[in-house]
Write a protein that binds this ligand. Structure first.
Ligand code: KG4
Length: 340
């Protein structure tokens, strides 16, 4: 029997999960969204402090829910990156302390591997597969030929798609995080405002979002200068059509070129209703299977970190106690945890 306690603190959610032979016994998430909403984005210093305040409570709640004690665990896993440096440190220090106190292995987990493996709670991987990793900090197309084998074949050249959603929402006067409000307004509008489809240049499967963000900002400012209002529904729909259109276009190209058996959506933006519906429609009858994560898997949680950690426990992928965080850790180097 293998019991893992996993910690996630890479951005604005403090989370602790406990699994026993793959079964989720506890999944505690303390979100800070209400605090950061006031600032229209995550304030890194405040986020780190809140993780420090919340981590103890989350650990206790996870133990209470599982009915287990720290000494019952076989390993302590933690998100080591990518993410906000101060936030990552809180989770890592907690995990290191537990590993040291209870003399159990420390397992460093890549945050995006977590988002990908969250899908294992609802489906079985069929290799080769394409992971469409779309979040507030990352936009990557990743080919997996086997478990824990990640090849980034395309990515954003500038902003992440979720970051772009959040900035556009802010300009339109919508609350943070902007993904859901834009998704909701888009359903009420039409894609009638012309926005350029940014050219990412270079790689065949790369995308770019900064030009799209600027185009929306310029449009809104021009209207304001002329004393004209912006139709938020139409802008949300026009923006979403282009932003998600780029993901669909590149993902389908990659899925075709790499002859994948399956496409997997992962990350916060995978909650997007248009992305989900369009991907389903476009893959129908193609012979390519699709895993759409349940909504609880699209936001940050530690259950997904535990899922990866179970695999790493079998491989004995353990880290020394002088492990540092890596805010820019690339998924194709997930097994390189040398302290930098
Ligand atoms: O980055 P992420 O996986 O979570 C954290 O690390 O906290 O997901 C957050 C991102 C935000 O940019 C948010 O606006 C976006 O996911 N998001 C969405 C939707 N729901 C959340 N973007 C588009 N459509 C949605 N329905």
């Amino acid at each position: 029997m293998t019991r893992i306690l996993a910690i996630e603190s890479s951005c604005d959610e403090t989370a602790v999960a406990i699994t026993e032979d793959g079964k989720l016994l506890a999944n505690v998430v303390a979100t800070q969204i209400e605090v950061h909403e006031k600032f229209g984005g995550v304030m890194p210093e405040i986020a780190s402090r809140l993780h420090t305040e919340n981590i103890g409570v989350c650990l206790q709640q996870a133990l209470d829910k599982s009915g287990l004690r720290f000494e019952d665990m076989d390993a302590f896993a933690v998100t080591r990156g990518p993410g906000l440096i101060g936030c990552l440190h809180v989770g890592l220090q907690a995990a290191k302390t537990l590993a040291m106190l209870y003399q159990k292995p420390l397992i460093p987990v890549h945050h995006l591997a977590g988002h990908i493996y969250a899908n294992e709670y609802v489906g079985e991987f069929k290799f080769p597969l394409l992971c469409v990793v779309v979040s507030g900090g990352n936009t990557e197309f990743v080919i997996m030929k086997d478990h824990m084998d990640f090849e980034i074949v395309g990515e954003t050249k500038d902003d992440a798609v979720g970051e772009c959603y959040d900035k556009v929402a802010r300009v339109l006067g919508l609350p943070y995080p902007g993904g859901l409000p834009i998704d909701q307004h888009a359903k009420l509008g039409k894609p009638v405002i012309h926005l350029p489809i940014p050219d990412a240049g270079g790689g065949k499967y790369d995308v770019s979002y900064s030009g799209l963000k600027t185009a929306v900002i310029n449009y809104v400012n021009n209207r304001k200068q002329k004393g004209e209002s912006v139709d938020v529904d139409d802008m949300a729909c026009s923006f979403q059509t282009v932003a998600i259109g780029m993901i669909l276009d590149k993902a389908l190209k990659a899925a075709h070129d790499y002859h994948v058996n399956q496409v997997i959506l992962a990350g916060g933006v995978s909650a997007n209703s248009y992305l989900r519906a369009q991907m389903k429609e476009k893959l129908e009858g193609s012979g390519i299977d699709l895993i759409i994560p349940p909504l609880w898997c699209t936001t940050d949680n530690a259950a997904m970190i535990a899922k990866v950690a179970e695999r790493l426990y079998q491989k004995k992928f353990f880290a020394p106690l002088d492990l540092g965080v890596d805010p820019n850790w690339k998924i194709d180097h997930w097994d390189d945890y040398t302290t930098k």
